[in-house]
Design a protein around this ligand. Sequence first.
Ligand code: ATP
Ligand code: MG
Length: 460
Amino acid sequence: MSGKAKIVVVDDDATMREALRETLAGEGYAVLAVDNAIQAIAELEKQEADLVLADLTLPRVSGLELLDSIRRQWPGLEVIVITGQGSIETAVDAIKRGAYHYVTKPFTPDEIIHLVGQALERRRLVHRKERLEEEVSLLRGAHQLVGQSEPMRRINEIIQTAAGSDATVLVQGESGTGKEIIANAIHAQSRRTRGPLVKMNCAAVPETLLESELFGHEKGAFTGADRRRIGRFEQADGGTLFLDEVCEMHPRLQAKFLRALQEREIERLGSSATIPVDTRIIAATNRDLQKALEEGVLREDLYYRLNVILLRVPPLRERMDDVPIVAMHFLRKYAAREHSSMSSIAEEALNVLLSYSWPGNVRELENAIERAVVLGKGDQLRAQDLPPQVHRGGDDERPLIPAHLTLEEIEKLAIAQALRLTGGNKSEAAERLGIHRTSIYDKMRRYGIEWNPQPENVAQ
Ligand SMILES: Nc1ncnc2c1ncn2[C@@H]1O[C@H](COP(=O)(O)OP(=O)(O)OP(=O)(O)O)[C@@H](O)[C@H]1O
Ligand SMILES: [Mg+2]
């Protein structure tokens, strides 16, 4: 609640209505006074309120009925009912149905002011509690790295160490291994947690815009720069910048980025003023670092600078003992979301999960479990609820290429598969296929491939 608290007064007695309006407005509340319940509901639908003060004996729709519909539609809204003498039983009934309190006529302005103050304080506390609970669950859920395998334990140790320092971190791992969730965890546990966590995916920003996206620009720095823009580096001042797919940054820009890292200051494009920044960098890549260095897509000097703490996240197939626990984690998550009673994994289904190689790593496992929870019935996740490619034991066990296909058809299938395995991420799909990310767009256009995330619609 910010600003003035809003109170809706409902009373068919004009004198009482005006008296209440005056008293409450005099206390600085925003008051809206109406003479019937239907109008009250119409007003509540138009704008949010904090408190309703309603007479119980209203024409047509009674105060109790109004109370019931408020409880149903706006459970957080507090209601105080006003009763005449002798109707104390109705007042008690109102409390049972969820009213905050009642006042009996006649009452003094002070009585009503006091009661309204209490009801609003309670609403404020309930609000605050809800917000805190949300934050806690976000902190727990969003950064919870599940896994008990030896590599995961080691990763958790490194996360702790990294969170305790300001050192630059380089996270390397295949697509879907959890690089971003690791960056979240480091930021959340670091002393910068109250500062911003700014994310930038270098593959998602067109190359020509990357520099201004990173460093910002002054008005008029280039055609189209019609206003000043603060770059991500500067936005993350006092916090953390997560620089995803760092190898997709042009080596020339990598050099500039390195300088900014070393000097701890930036210049916006179109300005020569240097701006000091206190930004912690976590960079990530799904490329093989050795190869990226050899091919020159990652500058060696930047690599050494980033690599103060190197976190290699192994693919899921190299830590298969994590599969059951991670699968259960997602089962609980999606069963809760879907209000499903599914709470365990049938043994046969578990065997299927354990004999698949998970080329899309944890993300692919998450998608498979989500789908199974949505499609499946009953208390157990069954093998038949898992997606077909998981069933077949993965791509490895099928004949590599069906015999009757033309080269074009094979290329088309390979692209569709890469898109499926990367959840539609075109730069990752290109990476998997060993082609440049612009070529995948070309080929998708040429073959008329439209990425559609429903597994049913993708060539398998
Ligand atoms: N150890 C884990 N425990 C729980 N959830 C995980 C774990 N690892 C990954 N996830 C989940 O898997 C999904 C993919 O993770 P994330 O986006 O962090 O991967 P990534 O390595 O950044 O992938 P990409 O390279 O494709 O960007 C997310 O929904 C994430 O929450
Ligand atoms: Mg990622």
